[in-house]
Design a protein around this ligand. Sequence first.
Ligand code: CTP
Ligand code: MG
Length: 219
Amino acid sequence: MSTSVVIPAAGSGSRMGAAVSKQLLLLQGKPILVLTAECFQHCHKRHLETVNTLVREYALTKVSAVVVGGANRQKSVMNALAALPSSSAIVLVHDAVRPFVRERMILESIDKARVHRAAVVAVPVKDTIKRAAAEGFIETTIDRTTLWAAQTPQAFQTRLLVEAYERAEQDGILATDDASLVERMGIQPAIVMGSYENIKITTPEDLDLAAAMSGRFGA
Ligand code: CTP
Ligand code: MG
């Protein structure tokens, strides 16, 4: 039995608006997806060659396969799940653009997925969240005490996640995270405390934040 990690890295980074996809931008002198993969070390087709080259250049020896991504994140993860070894008992899915994940989150996610079948790294929401009506006016305020912002990694018993992906495909469901696909099967993933540093680098200001945090990160 083994544990696998899927790192979706096939996005185009439209919200970042950079010349290259954001997972290839440099942080601490390295491509972001390398920093992310290194946290686990101890594509759309056009990325495939680049990623293979990075895997060799940075000696990411735990990367067993680089697979072609899909039109959306869900399709990219599906392609990766199809490439997992049959011995995989637990699988983690972790965004290539979250290089500030901590070992504690990875280990707790694995432990909790073993017991509860699924686990999600998340943080309590800090802002007051409001729902708007269609015309651009606030309709209501949602009780913040029950709200969590989902991060990655998200960990699952492998056969459960594979089944959740098959069902989503059959039902025409397109989700933005993996846990929601097992939630719709009636499973309640366990919460693993994340951190406000474990950001998903999404827009240009996230890059500034990441550069600022890099100074005190690591070591
Ligand atoms: N991802 C992927 N395949 C896709 C879309 C996204 O593997 N077709 C990956 C991204 O590379 C990233 C993660 O999923 O590591 C989270 O997605 P997101 O932050 O939305 O990245 P992009 O889709 O690239 O950015 P945008 O939505 O701004 O275009
Ligand atoms: Mg996207």
